[in-house]
Design a protein around this ligand. Sequence first.
Ligand code: TXA
Ligand code: MG
Length: 345
Amino acid sequence: RVNEQWDEAKLLDDPSIQEAAALIQQGRLVAFPTETVYGLGANARSGEAVTSIFTAKGRPSDNPLIVHIADTSALDDWAEMPSQGTTLLQRFWPGPLTLVIRHKGTLAQETTAGLTTVGVRIPSHPVARALLRCAAVPVAAPSANRSGRPSPTTAEHVWQDLAGRIDGIVDGGMTGVGVESTVVDVTGEVPVLLRPGGITLDQLRSVVGEVQVDPGLEREGEVPRSPGMKYRHYAPHGQMWLVAGSGDKQRTKVKQLANEAIQQGKRVAILTTVENKDAYPTGHVLSLGSRENPASVAQGLYAALRTCDDIGVDIIYAEAFPVEGLYHSVMNRLLKAAEGRIIID
Ligand code: TXA
Ligand code: MG
C-alpha cells in the first residue's frame, strides 16, 4: 500500500515502490495502478518475464502488450516515433494515450506478439511513474485482470483475479479514468483510432486534424487491427442487454424488462446513473456515476460489472449513453460486455 497522494519524487523513496521495481528487474510480475486501470507489469526486454504475464492472465499469446515508460529518453533504442506521434505525445503524455509505432526488434518478441509495431505510453499516475522510473526498464503491462474479466480499477480487483499467480501488487487506491487508454496507430499518413479510451476522438482531432476510426471497431464481421479488440472482453456471467434511448422512455423500457425477468424468477441487475437510480423499484440497482458527468460513469463502470458477478445475477439491463466524448469508450465497453445485444425501439 502506498500513499497515492504523494508526488512522484517522494514515492521514489517508498520501500514498496523500490521492492516492486526490484521484482520487475528480476523478471517477476507486479501489478500497479495507472490513471486508467491497474496494469500487470514485467520487463519488456525479457521474453521469459513477458511469457509469465500471458500465463498469469490466461491471455492469448497473439495479443500484444503495451510498453510503459517514465519518459521518452530511451525510446529511440527500441522504437521510432513518427511526426504525428510526436505531436500527439506532446499534448497527451503523460496520460491515457497509447501510440502504436514501429519497433526496432530489440524488445522481447513476446511483448509485441511478433508484430512489427509496438504500443507505447507514459502513464500519468504518480505511483506508476515512480515505479517506472525506479525499474529503469521498459515495462510491458496489460490490464491486471484474468483474461475475459473487466479491467481492475482497485487493488482488490487485482487480488480477486490474480492472487497466487503474480509476485506483488502495489496498492495505490482506486484508479481515476476507469477505462483503458485510447490506442492510436500513427504508422500511416492518417492516425487510426484502434481502441477508444481515456482520450476522446475530439481531443485527438483538435491536435492532429484528421483521425480515422478502425472499421473493425464499429462494424460486425470486420477484423479489428488491434488484436485485443477481437476477443470477448469484460463479459459478466449474467446475460447483459443495453437499452437505447434516454429520459422517460428509456427508464420505462428498462423497468418493464426488469419486471418481466423478475416475474420469470430471474435475478436482475440494472446498470443506471445517480439521476435515474430511484426510478427502479425492483432488481439490484447499480449506479455507475452521474449521466451529466461521463468521467464519473467511466470510473464506475468496471466495478459495477464486477459487482454483477459478485451478486450472481442472471440478467443485466444497462441504460445506453449517447456515443460521444468519453461515452464513446463507455459504450464500446458496454457493447462488448453485452456481446452487441442492444434493444432499440
Ligand atoms: O490503459 C491501458 O492501456 C492499460 C494500462 C495498464 O496501461 N493497459 C491495457 O492493456 O489496457 P491491454 O493489454 O489490456 O490492452 C492493450 C490493447 C489491446 O487491445 C492490444 O491488442 C492493443 O492494445 N495493442 C497493443 N499493441 C498493439 C499493436 N502493436 N498494434 C495494435 N494494437 C496493439
Ligand atoms: Mg485488457
